[in-house]
Design a protein around this ligand. Structure first.
Ligand code: AVI
Length: 322
């Protein structure tokens, strides 16, 4: 894989994101994108095969079943950009279907170099697909891919795995608008969204009995210890997953079991946590399938087709830039 290296989650943005979230008045918060260092990405891979967490399997099922249909709806030639690839496993079906129609270029965009390497290992054997990885934030990487497209080439953006659910609802609209701005009319976005399901099922998915999700969450503090010379005592925090009915989201928090002081030496600040105070680390919003076309319209797209999984309610929606 050729790689355009423009790292943007520098230690500077890590420091400023963490400082801002931990020192603001009221609820302490950490940006969920920092969950995915090398250890966090590996733990997320483990989450995705847990029996309680059906999201990734639903996403893969839909892509495997409908890859040919999805690809048949795209104008060719096409260049594919994927926002956040993880291991890249679930993209195989689409790329293979595309390769059967025409040789194409696939551009994974990831802030994690190790995820890009994993993606190359996973997908590098697909003939007729050339891979050019972008180590960048989503919008910056997408702008770079858009700038390299050839005349007449259609751009397909993949935003799978319900990462859109990790944005607050207004921020999700804004993000999709920003994506739309980079596209040309007629370009496409394939959007994966996890759908609403019983609260007990969601709580089990985000607080699994093996404690993998707890480890994934706690690793954020471990990462800050490693990268910012901090002294979070991990045994003094508990993973907490709770459903917020107003937001229709699962919130992940880390609850402090004691009143404690933590110093982030390399960032040059100290915080105090009260007993039972939490640090909010992630929100996972759940959608109704019918909400996606409305979200699309607000962001400047038309939702032309939806494919639904009923085993674990999940939607794959094809949006076309209006
Ligand atoms: C990546 N994202 C869609 C996952 C989710 O379900 O919101 C992240 C995750 N957090 C805990 N488990 C999985």
């Amino acid at each position: 894989m050729r790689q355009q290296t423009q790292p943007t989650v520098t230690s500077n943005s890590l420091v400023s994101g963490i400082r801002e979230g931990l020192t603001r008045p009221g609820q302490k918060q950490l940006p969920s994108k920092f969950l995915y260092d090398e250890v966090g990405s590996a733990l997320f891979e483990a989450i995705s095969v847990l029996p309680e967490y059906g999201l990734t399997r639903a996403d893969v099922r839909l892509l495997r079943r409908h890859a040919t249909d999805i690809v048949s709806r795209l104008p060719l030639p096409v260049i594919v950009a994927e926002l956040g690839t993880g291991s890249g496993k679930k993209t195989r079906w689409l790329l293979e279907a595309l390769a059967r129609r025409r040789p194409s270029c696939y551009c994974p965009i990831e802030i994690s170099r190790s995820a890009l390497a994993m993606c190359q290992r996973e997908l590098g054997d697909i003939e007729a697909i050339s891979i050019v990885g972008y180590e960048a934030e989503y919008l910056e990487g997408l702008a770079q891919v858009a700038a390299r497209r050839r005349d007449g080439e259609h751009l397909l953006v993949l935003f799978l795995g319900s990462t859109i659910g990790n944005f607050e609802r207004p921020a999700a609209v804004e993000f999709l608008r920003d994506v739309r701005q980079i596209l040309r009319t007629g370009d496409s976005l394939l959007l994966g969204t996890d759908l609403e399901k019983p609260v007990a099922q969601l709580l089990a998915a985000y607080d699994d009995p093996l404690g993998i999700t707890a480890a994934f969450n706690l690793n954020l503090l471990a990462r800050i210890n490693r990268e910012l010379e901090a002294d979070f005592a991990l045994q003094q925090f508990r993973h907490l997953a709770r459903y917020n009915p107003a937001a229709r989201s699962i919130e992940m928090h880390l609850r402090s079991t004691h009143t404690q002081t933590v110093t982030l030496r390399a960032a040059g600040f100290t915080i105090t946590l009260e007993k039972d105070e939490t640090i909010w680390t992630e929100s996972c919003h759940k959608y109704a399938a019918s909400e996606v076309p409305l979200l699309a319209t607000k962001a400047g797209f038309d939702c032309t087709t939806q494919w639904l999984d009923h085993e674990w309610p999940f939607a794959e929606s094809l949006l076309v830039a209006a």
